[in-house]
Design a protein around this ligand. Structure first.
Ligand code: F6R
Length: 237
C-alpha cells in the first residue's frame, strides 16, 4: 500500500488525474476504469476533463463502471449517480456512451440488475483501475461496516451515518434513499489496481483506522490491505 500526502485538495486531485491518465495512456487496447461519485473525486474529474479537452488524453478505448447507485432512484433525479456522473464528467469528455456502465436505479428487479452488472464487469475482463473514495465510517462504495461484508454487487441498506453524511446533497434526511446497489468488496478487490482518494477532516478517523494495519468488517476499507497494488492519495497530514 503506497500513501502519498498532499498539501491541499487541488494538488491531490491533479495527482489523481495524472495517475488515471498515465494508466489509460500506457495500455494499448481497451481500458476498464472503475469510478466513484461523491465530493472527493470532483477535482480529479475536472482535471481529467481539462486534459481531454487539451487533447492530452483520450477516452476512446475506455469502458467505465461506476461503483454504486442509490435504489430506487430515477435517472433524472438530480441526486442520482447517473446524473452526477454525466453532469460532472461524462458530458464534459468525448466518450462512447455505450461504454458507460452505471447500475440502474430504476431496475424492477435490483437483484438481477446487480448480478448482470457483475457479469458484465467479468465479460470485459475485469477492472484495470478502480478509483475509490473513503466513507467517514470506512465504507467503500456502499459496502457498509457491519458483522459481515458481501463479496459481489448487491443491494445494501445504508447506515444512519452514511445517510446523514449524504444528506447535504438532498433537501432533507427523509429524501435520502435507504438503500443502494453497490459493487461488493470482492468486485472492488479484483481490480488490477486501486486508487483511493481521501480528503477532508471528516475522514480523519476512518483514515486512521485504515492505516492501523488490521483487517476488520468494521472498516470495509481495511480490506484494501489484501490487495497488492493500492495507492492512497490524501490531503490529510
Ligand atoms: C461514491 C461512493 C462512496 C464515497 C464516499 C465518500 O460512489 O462509493 O463510497 O466515495 O462516501 O464520499 P465523499 O467523497 O462525498 O466524501
Amino acid at each position: 500500500m503506497k500513501i502519498e500526502h498532499f498539501g491541499n485538495y487541488d494538488e491531490m486531485s491533479v495527482r489523481a488525474a495524472e495517475i488515471v491518465a498515465r494508466e489509460i495512456s500506457a495500455k494499448s487496447g481497451k481500458y476498464v476504469l472503475g469510478l466513484p461519485t461523491g465530493s472527493t473525486p470532483l477535482g480529479m474529474y475536472a482535471e481529467l476533463a481539462r486534459l481531454a479537452g487539451a487533447n492530452k488524453l483520450s477516452f476512446d478505448s475506455v469502458t467505465t463502471f461506476n461503483l454504486d447507485e442509490y435504489y430506487p432512484i430515477t435517472r433524472d433525479n438530480p441526486q442520482s449517480y447517473y446524473r452526477f456522473m454525466h453532469d460532472n464528467f461524462f458530458d464534459k469528455i468525448k466518450i462512447d456512451k455505450k461504454r458507460i456502465n452505471i447500475l440502474n436505479g430504476e431496475a424492477s428487479d435490483p437483484q438481477f440488475e446487480c448480478e448482470s452488472y457483475e457479469q458484465k464487469i467479468n465479460s470485459v475482463g475485469g477492472i484495470d483501475l478502480m478509483v475509490l473514495g473513503l466513507g467517514a465510517n470506512g465504507h467503500i462504495g456502499f459496502n457498509e461496516p457491519g458483522e459481515f461484508l458481501y463479496p459481489f454487487t448487491h443491494v445494501e441498506t445504508l447506515t444512519a451515518n452514511t445517510r446523514e453524511m449524504n444528506q447535504r446533497f438532498f433537501s432533507s434526511l427523509f429524501e435520502v434513499p435507504t438503500k443502494a446497489m453497490t459493487m461488493g468488496m470482492a468486485s472492488v478487490l479484483r481490480a488490477k489496481k486501486i486508487l483511493l482518494l481521501v480528503s477532508g477532516e471528516t475522514k480523519r478517523e476512518a483514515f486512521r483506522i485504515l492505516t492501523d494495519r488490521k483487517i476488520t468488517t468494521a472498516s470495509p476499507a481495511s480490506f484494501l490491505y489484501t490487495h497488492t497494488n493500492v495507492t492512497i492519495l490524501s490531503d490529510l497530514d
